[in-house]
Write a protein that binds this ligand. Structure first.
Ligand SMILES: C[S@@+](CC[C@H](N)C(=O)[O-])C[C@H]1O[C@@H](n2cnc3c(N)ncnc32)[C@H](O)[C@@H]1O
Length: 390
């Protein structure tokens, strides 16, 4: 469960965030957040967010949203995403930012940021008070494809009914419409839909992830705040929640949104809590389809008792029909979910990919740690169906 931040704790929250994003290769946001930590007016603005949104991301997204919408201000020149969105060459309009250690550069972007916020205070106050940050990380499909391919292989030819819990904009339900390039040892392997406008790259550190095509009977996304990417404003907000320093991820999200808008694969969206929605949804999935419940980077939002409720709900479903439960979550966030250790004993991993198989004929649920992965899918350590456990 995400912690809530008081006004007093905000300066340290921004400094901590700055250190983290600097490690993640985001010097612009590091410079901005260090500046915000020293600016009481900006901190008061952030404090207007609902308690569960009182975090650096909300003001960063709100400013990015206005810039992507065309707000005219010198700050725009510091954001390569703004140039990219308007089809301009990034280098031509983006302020120089090649020395991330130089204080003047960090000061420069923050000075422009602070001036922008004062010029747009009313619009920002409204966005901060009413919006929630939202992400949908398409890169995770580099782990989902082999994991779903594994499920498909074990479903005795039945097409999958894939239910993505905490689906956000449901971009990952289009996993089979993306092109993949896996770098494996000395070779590369291409998979997915050749020529797709969404091209995902992944370094395979260990193992051989299966990439056979997956037959999908139904695609259902569940979210308490679903994002409709066909709506221009929702799509802009989703893009605004990306970081301007990570132009590659921003471009990927744009391409995935464009693909989803033109896709002929029907995706059903259900608004609501994931456990409650499951209860209503599952009886609508026909028996000829194999039920596959998926969640990626969602359990962090669930308190331990909600994680237990999800586990119990899936166990109840398994008394009525075979079910595969596939999740990719940070191990420290999921104390109440089944989590076998990595078979290679590597211990800590940003994200564990786990498959739990259960059903009326199974003596007990079996959990396999299929893989460890980078949280955005940049690398994969593939174990497959070994290491079954709790
Ligand atoms: C970090 S995003 C991950 C989105 C997507 N699964 C991905 O990997 O890119 C978490 C999503 O879970 C949703 N969520 C969190 N708790 C939920 C709940 N109890 N019921 C339904 N959706 C929930 C949020 O609205 C958000 O869209």
């Amino acid at each position: 469960m995400r912690e809530q931040t008081s006004r007093e704790a905000l300066p340290e929250e921004f400094r901590r965030f700055a250190r983290g994003v600097e490690r993640d290769g985001a010097p612009r946001y590091a410079g901005i957040c260090r500046g915000i930590a020293t600016d009481p007016w900006l901190l008061d603005l952030v404090a207007q967010a609902p308690p569960d949104q009182r975090r650096p991301n909300i003001i960063l997204a709100a400013v990015h949203y206005l810039l992507l919408g065309g707000a005219d201000h010198p700050l725009a020149a510091w954001y390569p995403t703004v140039a990219a969105l308007h089809g301009q060459p990034v280098g031509a309009t983006c302020a120089p930012f090649d020395d991330v250690d130089g204080a003047p550069l960090a000061d420069g972007i923050f000075t422009a940021f602070a001036s922008f916020c004062r010029a747009h205070r009313d619009e920002l106050a409204l966005l901060i008070a009413t919006r929630a940050t939202q992400t949908n990380e398409v890169g995770r499909c580099t782990a989902l494809l082999p994991a779903l391919s594994t499920v498909a292989k074990r479903s005795n030819g039945a097409p999958l009914a894939v239910v993505d819990l905490g689906t956000s904009a449901a971009l990952n339900l289009h996993f089979d419409e993306y092109a993949y390039r896996y770098a494996m040892h000395d070779a590369t392997r291409d998979a997915g839909r050749a020529g797709s406008r969404v091209m995902l790259h992944c370094d395979v550190i260990d193992g051989e992830p299966p990439t056979a095509p997956v037959a999908v009977a139904r695609r259902i996304g569940v979210d308490r705040s679903p994002v409709d990417v066909r709506d221009d404003d929702s799509a802009r907000w989703l893009l605004a929640c990306q970081w301007p320093d990570h132009l590659d991820r921003f471009s990927l999200a744009r391409d995935a949104i464009a693909l989803a808008r033109s896709s002929d694969q029907p995706v059903e969206m259900v608004e609501g809590d994931l456990v409650e929605s499951l209860r209503r949804l599952v009886p609508t999935v026909p028996d000829h389809a194999h039920l596959c419940l998926v969640h990626t980077w969602v359990a962090a939002y669930l308190a331990p008792d909600e994680q237990r409720a999800l586990r119990a709900e899936i166990a109840a479903i398994a008394t009525t029909r075979p079910v595969s439960w596939l999740f990719a979550e940070a191990p420290y966030e999921v104390p109440e979910l089944p989590l076998p250790l990595s078979p290679d004993g590597s211990g800590k991993s940003p994200t564990a990919v786990v498959l739990v198989e259960d059903g009326p004929d199974a003596p007990a649920p079996s959990a396999s740690r299929l893989a460890d992965m980078h949280s955005h899918g940049r690398w994969l350590r593939w174990f497959g169906l070994v290491g079954q456990g709790r």
